[in-house]
Design a protein around this ligand. Structure first.
Ligand SMILES: Nc1ncnc2c1ncn2[C@@H]1O[C@H](COP(=O)(O)OP(=O)(O)OP(=O)(O)O)[C@@H](O)[C@H]1O
Length: 447
């Protein structure tokens, strides 16, 4: 059965990058079992990650390889059968440690995706600053802005920009050593280094690069050892003018359980928000993606999708992929009717996508106040008015009741929400500025 795991790894080697494979799957030990395959993770953290990210795929590959639906059981421990305490270690059967079917990851891999370049990145108002800053950094690494931190919601192009920066740095100077990692990989490598007592090697590896790119650092929250180590890596890189580029799903000061000294370091360079793209940019991204993938999509279809799918670019791209696959399968062109028919369920989900949290975030961004302040009990006017608008929008655009809305705004009474709705309605009738804000917010929220 260990042979089965080896074959599974070989298959996955073609799908995953070397770093992921090395960090998460190679440390697993495998053992045959009457019901299927048992995989042993070296620690609970690896177990959780494998379960969350790879288990479903492993199960599919195993059933493809065997032709049966075998169970894959994941647990923490070692594949070596338990040995009675009295027996001599030498008498114990050797652990069935599966030898890696793939070569060890080379000492240096940049992990950059060559498709994510500035050329394939569509610029719009929402990402203009981020793109300009990233290009500056690529042209002048370690000196323009250090660190460069790109933050914003999911699927808005932060990773794309980060790779584009790394790719341009390498294009300008092929000897320039760039290392891209997701935060989980940094944590995984560190745990592995602690386990194998190779922290020196770990430190050397991260400090020997010219540019270190770490994605989604909100993942460091609450992981004290990781933050400590990252803090030292950061200082070492910063002092020798090596470039650091980071992304985060929100402004790092708002990430709970991120150490204050780390937050302060992150503020040393430039932090740029990547906002959700507006309608025109969404349509342009879609046409550009379709062009790159060789999918024939007309402007009318691009506009339909861009209008209806406002959440993020990843969802937009997912819709395009679905359309392309179906059109290919049925041998049909992608017309408006075909798109509406094929994506009916998806488009319906997005039509209902205006939620109270969505409204709260949009209003906070619009008035440039912090989300937590908007939801707080503070009564200063600069917060009270945006809060009332967010409440009134929640009533206008969602099906929630007044008490439910009150609850979502830090447990307020339904009469407070009612008062907010009446106040805003009246203001919209008398105050042009307020009416413009209201209409603009509705446009942003409903596309
Ligand atoms: N302006 C853009 N031009 C072209 N493609 C874009 C743009 N913005 C996003 N994309 C595409 O959308 C997809 C998701 O983007 P990306 O992975 O960079 O998001 P992200 O902000 O890093 O999200 P997460 O925080 O979830 O990792 C990618 O395929 C990316 O190429």
């Amino acid at each position: 059965m260990s042979d089965l795991w080896r074959r599974c790894l070989e298959r996955l080697e073609g799908e995953l990058n070397a770093e992921d494979l090395h960090t998460w799957l190679m440390p697993l030990q495998a053992r045959d079992d009457t019901h299927g395959l048992r995989l042993f993770a070296p620690n609970p953290y690896t177990l959780d990650t494998v379960r969350e990210r790879y288990l479903a795929r492993i199960e599919t590959v195993i059933s493809q390889l065997t032709g049966h639906d075998l169970t894959v059981r994941l647990e923490v421990g070692s594949s070596a059968p338990r040995v009675a305490p009295a027996s001599k270690p030498a008498a114990a059967p050797a652990p069935v440690r599966v030898e890696p079917a793939v070569p060890e990851a080379p000492a240096y891999t940049h992990n950059l995706d060559p498709h994510y370049t500035f050329e394939t990145f569509v610029e719009g108002k929402s990402n203009q600053l981020g793109k300009a800053a990233a290009m500056q950094v690529a042209m002048n690494p370690g000196r323009a802005y250090n660190p460069l931190l790109l933050y914003g919601g999911t699927g808005l192009g932060k990773t794309h920009l980060m790779h584009a920066t790394g790719n341009l740095m390498r294009e300008r100077n092929p000897d320039f050593k760039v290392l891209y990692l997701r935060s989980e990989q940094f944590v995984g490598s560190m745990i592995e280094a602690l386990r194998t007592k190779s922290m020196d090697e770990f430190k050397r590896r991260f400090r020997s690069v010219d540019a270190l790119l770490i994605d989604d650092i909100q993942f460091f929250a609450g992981k004290d050892t990781t933050q400590e180590e990252f803090f030292h890596t950061f200082n070492a890189l910063f002092e020798s003018k090596q470039q650091i580029i980071l992304t985060c799903d929100r402004y790092p000061k708002e990430v709970d359980k991120l150490e204050p000294r780390l937050k302060s370091r992150l503020g040393w360079g430039l932090s740029v928000a990547i906002e959700p793209p507006d309608f025109e940019t969404r349509a342009a991204i879609l046409l550009s993606k379709a062009h790159d993938k060789g999918v024939a999509v007309g402007e009318n279809v691009a506009m339909l999708l861009a209008k209806r799918i406002r959440s993020n670019v990843r969802d937009l791209e997912g819709a395009l992929n679905t359309l392309a696959a179906r059109a290919n399968f049925y041998g049909k062109p992608i017309t408006i009717d075909f798109a509406e028919e094929t994506l009916r369920d998806l488009l319906a989900t997005h039509a209902q996508a205006v939620t109270v949290p969505n409204i709260q975030k949009t209003v906070a961004d619009y008035y440039q106040v912090r989300l937590q302040d908007l939801l707080s009990k503070r009564r200063v006017r600069s917060l009270a008015r945006p809060r009332q608008i967010a409440m009134a929008l929640s009533k206008e655009l969602t099906e929630h009741s007044l008490p439910e809305i009150g609850e979502a705004f830090g447990g307020r009474d339904h009469t407070t929400v009612l008062h907010a709705c009446r106040t805003i309605k009246k203001l919209c009738e008398t105050d042009t500025r307020m009416r413009q804000d209201w209409e603009q917010l509705i446009r942003i929220l409903t596309g």
